[in-house]
Design a protein around this ligand. Structure first.
Ligand code: PEP
Ligand code: MG
Length: 563
């Protein structure tokens, strides 16, 4: 029988990668990047080139001044983001390249396009923090071109009512001074969980979904129900249903605000909830929101700007505040994780073709073992001087058994507990053998997911692959947790997976013994844990093992938890 051609029904539920939990219901307002101008153009006559170069400099000056003015009128992270964008607009190397092209006859608009493309390619090749600057670069390009063409600078409109902001992708300058009373949620087609959009949304506490590929057909003014936990955008919700969901979400927020450790499940089972920190300030932040100790002190973040290795004395001064914040509680130090997305000038090789698979983490010790020995000395001296009895030290990017043996011996010689991060899949594969050597392990789900899915964790185009609910990553974590139960080895999770409230319950159900999360995420995790029993968590852990993709894994867990 011939098939009758059917018209495709309009999709009423669209999906993306959830980044910030929360429910919002409001009409859509779109912000779109300006169209790319013609890339080719006739050469400018010799006599007009000087004038054209001046026009460019004036446009770039105006863009810089406006961004700096906005930076000066705000504070904190927003001010820092705007200052970074302003510094790109005034960058002498970029301006010189544009001007050089104009002097050779390319009109200012096309010169700005071509020069920026060159810088974007360079930054992408360099990777790490520079690669993250490409969004700012393109933003500056669009602003300068708008000035040159006499148009409005691109940016977010000021709405007259509460709206959900839709965009291809938001730039730092777009989002820096976003008013959270007017914008109730953010949904972007591109971007990933670590993009600027996500960082800003987390700070503002706005429900946020990124990598929502199919939203382009949703028109401005359409009412949408955004669910920042499920990652859904619905156009078919009635106002009554939407109001019920928004009200229920308010209760969730109140529960989080009221939560005040120590963490335990609904049946009273205790959960060790620790915090991820970089220094004394963040350690105090973690303590103030109810952390029972430090589960990850990222030591490399103390040294990102250092051009020479700090002395043992200088390192002691950097580590001491963490002991002051948690004098009687567990502190897990991670030795230098230099390289890849966290370049430390004195420890990182500069000319690697593929830094994420290169000399990073413990591997830097191959070139310079002194870096590790000095660090361990500084940590041990602090711990002994403070009579601190719960100092644990772990190594990042361990991938072989001899590495784990070498590291453990060095840490034990200094009287501290030795562990490794489970980030490279080889460790998860041979976990039983590793657990015969070390005192504990901690799963770095950000890198473990990156390596098991072969997907750059910073790539906005690969957000779906980097999702911590990816079943392959969950299966590895579950195997590690079971090995921990068999051998009596503590298994922590300190990657972003632990900061996802629902996933934190699944991890506990797998048998993970501690969770470590950044201070801003801690109360939400504690509050969510308090809602479910160990039995429910274990059932959810079993359910996600059969999931076929990240969405299915979320769905299965929610069904067990009945939310
Ligand atoms: C991780 O990889 O999950 C982790 C905690 O380490 P980082 O994010 O610092 O690489
Ligand atoms: Mg890591």
């Amino acid at each position: 029988m011939a098939k009758v051609a059917q018209e495709k029904p309009e999709q009423t539920v669209l999906y993306g990668t959830p980044v910030v939990d929360g429910i919002a219901y409001a009409p859509v307002v779109w912000t779109r990047r300006p169209p790319i101008p013609d890339l080719t153009s006739p050469d400018l006559p010799e006599e007009r080139r000087g004038e054209e170069a001046k026009k460019f400099t004036q446009a770039a000056d105006e863009v810089t001044a406006k961004l700096q003015e906005r930076a000066d009128s705000t504070t904190g992270h927003a001010a820092a983001l705007l200052s970074v964008t302003a510094s790109i607009a005034s960058d002498p190397a970029w301006r010189k390249e544009v001007t050089r092209m104009i002097r050779r006859g390319t009109p200012a608009v096309q010169a700005t396009m071509h020069a920026t493309d060159r810088f974007v390619t360079k930054f992408e090749k360099a990777g790490g923090i520079l690669a993250e600057r490409t969004t700012d670069l393109r933003d500056v390009r669009d602003r300068v071109i708008a000035k040159l063409l006499g148009r409005e600078e691109p940016g977010i409109p000021t709405p007259s009512e509460r709206v959900v902001l839709f965009a291809d992708e938001l730039t730092p300058a777009d989002t820096a001074d976003l008013d959270p009373t007017l914008f109730v949620a953010i949904v972007t087609q591109l971007g990933g969980p670590t993009s600027h959009t996500s960082i800003i949304a987390r700070q503002l506490g706005l429900p946020c979904i990124v990598a929502a590929r199919d939203i382009s057909n949703i028109h401005e003014g359409t009412y949408v129900l955004v669910d920042g936990q499920r990652g859904t955008i619905r156009t078919d919700a009635t106002p009554e249903e939407a109001q019920r969901r928004v009200d229920a979400d308010r209760e969730r927020v109140e529960l989080i605000q009221k939560w005040a450790g120590p963490a335990q499940l609904a049946d009273g089972t205790p959960v060790e909830l620790l915090t991820n920190v970089r220094d004394g300030d963040t350690a105090r932040d973690g303590r103030s929101v109810g952390a029972q100790g430090v589960g990850l002190l990222r030591t490399e973040l103390c040294f990102l700007g250092a051009s020479a290795e700090p002395t043992v004395e200088q390192q002691r001064a950097l580590y001491q505040p963490a002991f002051d914040a948690f004098p009687h509680s567990k502190i897990v130090f991670r030795t230098l994780d230099a390289g890849s997305d966290k370049p430390v000038p004195y420890a990182t090789l500069t000319d690697e073709a593929n830094p994420a698979l290169g000399v990073r983490g413990l591997r830097t010790s191959g070139h310079n073992p002194g870096l590790l020995l000095h660090q361990l000395d500084a940590i041990a001296q602090c711990a002994h001087a403070a009579n601190h009895e719960d100092t644990w030290v772990m190594a990042p990017m361990i991938s072989t058994i001899p590495e784990a043996e070498w590291f453990t011996k060095l840490v034990h010689e200094r009287g501290l507990k030795a562990g490794i991060m489970v980030e490279v899949p080889s460790v998860a594969v041979l976990i039983d053998q590793f657990m015969e050597i070390v005192d504990f392990v901690s799963v770095g789900t950000n890198d473990l997911t990156q390596y098991v899915m072969a997907a750059d964790r910073l790539s906005a185009d690969l957000a779906e692959y980097s999702d911590p609910w990816q079943p392959a990553a969950l299966a590895l974590i579950s195997n590690v947790a079971r090995a921990g139960i068999r051998s009596g080895t503590p298994v922590g999770v300190c990657g972003e997976a632990a900061a996802d409230p629902l996933l934190s319950c699944v991890l506990v159900g797998m048998g993970v013994t501690s969770l470590s999360v950044a201070p801003p995420a801690l109360k939400a995790v504690g509050a969510q844990l308090s809602q479910f029993t160990l039995e429910q968590c274990q059932e959810a852990a079993r359910a996600v093992r059969a999931a076929r993709d990240q969405g299915d894994a979320r769905h299965r867990a929610r069904r067990i938890f009945e939310i």
